[in-house]
Design a protein around this ligand. Structure first.
Ligand code: ADP
Length: 478
């Protein structure tokens, strides 16, 4: 049994801004189910959704500050969560990283540096709990200083650093390093310095014993200039200690057999009932109810990363095809406006819901025939996995986790029952359109389509599978 300290800046359902929270909420539970001794450590944000009062665990003085550590657990599980309680840094309303205008909090470097220092104290058991972890598993830049600081300790635990999105690196002006009172040994270009800036993520990339990303393909992509944001050389240098492990999905929430949000539950055996969900979805979005018209869906943040510009370029041609398109999402105001204009022009073909709506996301996954995910980059991606569970064939661009979780429908994959979707290469509207046309042709062969749906629904995207891979990694490095 391994003792693991999981360092993260968000964890569902305590606090969530994105995919990191899903991983931090699910992976520790899956590891606990594999009999591992795991604890989370997280800042004590005001916005944390805690039902019962967290218990006082201890106080510690670090960097001239008195910090309390409180103890609670992940709601609905027995996994312990330690909360770093320093009200000046964490006890105010709002998002963990940015203010209402989307601007980073001005003291983010101080906030997360203190969080990292406390995680190090816990990792070395200088908080006197009689619990010293074998492994410290850090996530994204907010925990990047942990492997760096641990590298200066005697007999530190082994460290893993997981990259959930290379686009966020925790870069601050160089003078911050002095203001944070960081050990001088770490301040050089082979350490935390990045073009005279202080880079939190480099602390993970350089000093962690092993680096993971959330898909094997993304692990390769970030070693190239297109996806590496200037850190590709460093990552390439460390490639022996870099690998990808696909995230799991929460099967309690995303299973067509039991999903309480959808009109009609169904299974592989009762796949015909999926059409009732399709009719319901068409009704909900005010589209003509017709079982034979292929219904395409998209859910997500309306940002360039997700290839929304490709969708916008393709829609004028898509409306000439026999299809309907529903979209749920919000984000870039310009994208929202242009999508709305097209929906107004083609009300029988395109329907939108601009917003965030968890229940509706389930209704779309259950009712659509096809799911569009033409991302420019995608470290892992969840919706393509949800889609497959619901027999909704994903059309994805061959990048990151999309490339690793969707099997393109080719003659051989159709013949050997592994095809689960449509994969295209180039981030262009013509390639996306070609993929959509390919899907519509396959859809017209209902036996072939049903086989693909069945293959997709049988895929194993459980957290248990991912947790087993993390555990194998922990065993390798300690
Ligand atoms: P990312 O983390 O880059 O946004 P993922 O595919 O990994 O993309 O995860 C996005 C998650 O957020 C999915 O569960 C998706 O269904 C959900 N989501 C995104 N936008 C919306 C929305 N407008 N309404 C409901 N759920 C959404």
């Amino acid at each position: 049994m391994k003792k693991i300290l999981f360092v993260t800046s968000e964890a569902h359902p305590l606090i969530k801004t994105g995919g990191l929270a899903d991983v931090s909420g699910s992976l520790p539970k899956a590891l606990a189910e594999l009999s591992q001794d795991i604890k989370l450590i997280l800042p004590n944000y005001q916005a944390l959704k805690i039902h019962e009062k967290a218990r006082f665990l201890c106080s510690i003085r670090v960097d001239n500050r008195n910090v309390n550590i409180l103890e609670t657990h992940i709601p609905g599980s027995s996994v312990t969560v330690w909360l770093v309680d320093y009200p000046v840094y964490y006890n105010y309303p709002g998002n963990p990283y940015v203010d209402e205008q989307g601007q980073p909090w001005p003291i983010n470097a101080e906030r997360f540096a203190l969080f990292c220092r406390i995680a190090v104290e816990a990792a070395m058991d200088r908080i006197h709990q009689g619990w010293k972890p074998d492994i410290v598993h850090c996530n994204d830049w907010q925990s990047g200083l942990v492997p760096a600081l641990l590298s200066l300790e005697q007999d530190p635990p082994a460290t893993v650093f997981t990259i959930h999105n290379m686009a966020y690196q925790g870069l601050f002006p160089g003078r911050t390093a002095a203001a944070l009172n960081l050990p001088g040994k770490l301040w050089n270009p082979a350490g935390l310095e990045f073009h005279e800036m202080l880079s939190f993520i480099k602390g993970g990339l350089i000093y962690a014993d092993y680096i993971t990303t959330v898909s094997p393909t993304y692990a390769l992509e970030i070693q190239t200039a297109e996806f590496g944001y200037g850190l590709e050389g460093l990552l390439e240098h460390r490639k022996e200690f870099l690998g990808g492990i696909i995230n799991g999905i929460d099967l309690d929430q995303w299973s067509p057999e039991t999903d309480p949000y959808i009109f009609q539950n169904f299974t592989v055996e009762t796949l015909d009932k999926k059409s009732l969900n399709k009719a319901e979805l068409q009704k909900k979005f005010g589209l003509p109810v017709n079982e034979r018209i292929p219904l395409l869906g998209l859910i997500g943040r309306l940002v360039e990363q997700k290839g929304i510009d490709l969708i916008l370029e393709s829609l004028p041609e898509m409306v000439a095809l026999n299809m309907q398109f529903v979209l749920l999402g919000s984000g870039d105001k310009e994208f929202e406006k242009q999508l709305q204009q097209l929906a107004d022009l083609y009300p029988d073909k395109i329907a939108l819901n601009i917003g965030y709506d968890e229940a509706l996301a389930h209704v779309i996954e259950a009712g659509a025939d096809v799911f569009l995910m033409p991302s420019r980059f995608e470290p892992c991606g969840l919706n393509q996995m949800y889609s497959q569970r619901y027999g909704t064939i994903p059309i994805v661009r061959k990048t990151g986790g999309l490339a690793d979780t969707v099997v393109d429908a080719l003659p051989e994959t159709l013949a050997n029952h592994t095809a689960t979707g449509i994969v295209f290469n180039e981030a262009s509207s013509s390639c996306l359109l070609e993929a959509i046309k390919r899907a519509l042709i396959l859809y017209s062969y209902s036996d072939t389509w049903k086989k693909m749906q069945t293959n997709a629904m049988k895929m194993n995207f459980s957290w248990q599978r991912s947790a087993e891979q993390y555990l194998a990694l922990y065993e390798k490095i300690k």
